[in-house]
Design a protein around this ligand. Structure first.
Ligand code: NAD
Length: 306
């Protein structure tokens, strides 16, 4: 039976430490980190995500600014709002909840956010910095996965990591971060052949395909650490449930450690959003990023880039 990786508990610890650092900033530097969240349209899942992000930002002592725009909003209006927030000194991080409606060009919007305020880590400058091992804002979900892995395994050097999924927001940045930590990385995707055999070679398996229970127990090397990023809504016994990309019951018999869904990666994603907002604030005000939060976030060691 595998160890359950408790993302909820780790995220709570991280958020508490972020809260302490925010109150230190407010008291000693007279700076309050500010997070602006923009939601376009009425997608129910996006509304829940945005509400959770804003609530948790406020609970950590940050200022939260919410902007809700109609589904029909013209792109220029959204770009104008981002431009205004880029210039607003009370806003240190800007998040535009994806997906966006078809009249809006997603990449144009991402590129409009100033890289220093891009706490989602989607701007090409941040993507490039992470890919080249430099100091950039890492996307929250892969960053949260990496923290869970560092906490569970310590040194990741030399481990074979298989990332299932190659999206810009999860799979690709996950691969970059694991490379930074000296893993041997394989990225698998919808065209990968013999997917099961590829997964079976993984010491670390990160499943981010968005396919309900795709990864079965017999796809997992005994003792491997499995991070399930997937969030899939299914109907069971007349009610909606969230399940991951990993078949939890069979995986639990084989894996060394495994994240549950819910309660694994999801809470870490929001905690990392707050972490990025705190880091963005420190950078914009040229305040050193606190060491203790760095070690809590990265599991005791600082980021290695060689
Ligand atoms: P996406 O649809 O953009 O990308 C999915 C990737 O999986 C693609 O690269 C595709 O090639 C690959 N893929 C799809 N089907 C496959 C198959 N049968 N075999 C192998 N590869 C396959 O999705 P995404 O945005 O990267 O998200 C992935 C999952 O993670 C979704 O379930 C999403 O809801 C979830 N997610 C969770 C969090 C969180 O905070 N927990 C955050 C972001 C995304």
């Amino acid at each position: 039976m595998s160890t359950l990786i408790d993302g909820k508990a780790q995220a709570t610890r991280l958020r508490e430490e972020i809260g302490r650092q925010v109150s230190r900033l407010r008291q000693h530097e007279l700076v309050t980190p500010g997070l602006a969240v923009i939601l376009v349209g009425e997608d129910p899942a996006s509304q829940v995500y945005v509400r959770n992000k804003a609530t948790q930002a406020r609970e950590a002592g940050m200022s939260s600014f919410e902007y809700r725009l109609a589904d029909s909003v013209p792109q220029t209006k959204l770009l104008d709002l981002i431009e205004r927030l880029n210039r607003d000194p009370e806003v240190h991080g800007i998040l535009v909840q994806l997906p966006l409606p078809p009249q809006v060009d997603e990449s144009r919007v991402i590129q409009a956010i100033h890289p220093d305020k891009d706490i989602d880590g989607f701007h090409p400058i941040n993507v490039g910095n992470i890919a080249t091992g430099g100091h950039g804002m890492a996307p929250c979900t892969p960053l949260g996965c990496l923290m869970l892995l560092k906490h569970q395994l310590g040194d990741l050097s030399g481990k074979h990591a298989v990332v299932l999924g190659r999206s810009n927001i999860v799979g690709k940045p996950m691969a970059s971060l694991l490379l930074q930590k000296h893993c041997t990385v394989t990225v698998a995707h919808s065209r990968t052949r013999q997917l099961e055999e590829v997964c079976c070679q993984a010491d670390i398996l990160v499943a981010a395909a968005g396919r309900t229970r795709l990864v079965k127990g017999d796809w997992i090397k005994p003792g491997a650490t499995v991070i399930d990023v997937g969030i899939n809504r299914i109907e069971a016994d007349g009610r909606m449930r969230l399940v991951g990309d990993v078949d939890f019951d069979s995986a639990r018999e084989v894996a060394g450690a495994l994240t549950p869904v819910p309660g694994g990666v999801g809470p870490m994603t929001i905690a990392c959003l707050l972490l990025n907002t705190l880091e963005a604030t420190c950078r914009q005000h040229r305040i050193p990023f606190p060491d203790n939060i760095m070690s809590l976030a990265w599991g005791g060691t600082s980021s290695e880039t060689t």
